[in-house]
Write a protein that binds this ligand. Structure first.
Ligand code: ZN
Length: 351
């Protein structure tokens, strides 16, 4: 049985990197197994290819009605847009300043937040994108430039510029949280990734802009440290949402138990298309969870995260109307996606 009336996976990558040949070269040169860190290092510059055949298979298999596509690493927004145009009932796209990032990585331009926001504006003004992501635009460091940390104030001022764009076009913005543990996510890229509480300021300054914590503080491992911070921020501000998807069942319950979060402020997004395996530890609580395990090397098959994630959500003993909000109704509302029938989802007039 399908789990909800209309299911939207809000965090999906429909592109894959052709990483095999480059990883093989590295392995031969080093004489030992390559790791997720190698993959992360090369993915920003690699070409990507359309992986929608596998995605459409999983959507059909698990009754997922729609996916919101976003770009990460070396992915390209234009490929996502082509899929939206080809399957208008199944896909929508978020935008990211991919071109600015690629040019800066090649050393052709210097990355600035102004250039990144200009690209976002160019894309949003077409009306073809419904949000900003994956994550907020982040600085890049071309080869030969040593990555450096910058201050909280510097980063917050960058984020404010992105918030200005989101406010102008009235679209939700995403902020990435947590790590699957294999890809090295340092403070030089998304400092806010490890500091969800910084978002208190942005949520207060921009009460009219929806902010989504991607992964809701849990994108790998079993620690609830960032998760708890994300719940606290979301509970304080009506405009801050949690993306579940990598949550195991008990984490949903913890977020649902907070009356200032509840089913109205959780959306479902699995990060489908990312190489993030679900591992099993019999007897552990949780017994299965997402984690890139260094010693096992890079996973080669298409990880079935939708199936695992829907089973975690499916165990929730809550009303079907609340489940309908988490799995699609909230996303329809905050991303302003049309639904053919009225009165199919609970009225949320306090947000
Ligand atoms: Zn992602």
């Amino acid at each position: 049985m399908k789990l909800a009336r209309f299911i939207i996976d809000t965090h999906v990558h429909a592109q894959r990197h052709a990483a095999g040949p480059e990883l093989k070269k590295r392995m031969e040169k080093r004489g030992k197994q390559v790791k997720y860190a190698d993959l992360a290092e090369i993915m920003h510059t690699l070409d990507t290819y359309d992986n929608s055949a596998r995605l459409l298979y999983d959507m059909e298999c698990y009754g997922v009605d729609m996916c919101l596509l976003s770009s990460a690493f070396g992915m390209d927004d234009s490929l996502n847009l082509q899929l939206v145009e080809k399957y208008p009932d199944k896909f929508r796209a978020l935008c990211y300043p991919c071109e600015t990032k690629k040019k800066a990585l090649k050393g052709e331009i210097e990355w600035t937040i102004e250039a990144a926001c200009e690209e976002l504006e160019r894309k949003l003004s077409t009306g073809k994108y419904i949000g900003i992501g994956e994550g907020s635009p982040a600085r890049v460091f071309p080869e030969g430039v040593k990555p450096y940390n910058y201050t909280r104030k510097e980063r917050m001022d960058e984020l404010r510029k992105v918030m200005d764009v989101a406010r102008k076009y009235q679209v939700p913005i995403t902020t990435h949280t947590g790590s699957p543990m294999g890809y090295p996510l340092s403070n030089t890229m998304w400092p806010e990734n490890w500091e969800p509480r910084w978002i208190h300021d942005l949520a207060t300054e921009y009460p009219d802009v929806t902010i989504i914590f991607e992964h809701g503080g849990q994108s790998g491992g079993t620690s609830a440290l960032l998760f708890e911070e994300c719940v606290e921020v979301a509970a304080n501000h009506d405009n801050v949402y949690l993306e579940g998807g990598i949550y195991w069942t008990d984490l949903y319950y913890l977020a649902l138990r907070n009356p200032n979060v509840g089913p109205e402020k959780i959306i479902w997004g699995t990060d489908w298309g990312a190489s993030q395996p679900v591992i099993t530890q019999i007897g552990n609580n949780p017994q299965s969870y997402v984690m890139q395990v260094h010693k096992e090397g890079i996973v080669k098959h298409q990880i079935d995260v939708m199936g695992w994630s829907l089973r975690q959500v499916g165990r929730l003993d809550i009303s079907q109307d609340d489940l309908n909000l988490i799995l699609g109704g909230n996303a329809l509302r905050i991303f302003k996606i049309d639904f053919p029938l009225t009165r199919m989802f609970k009225f949320i007039d306090w947000l």
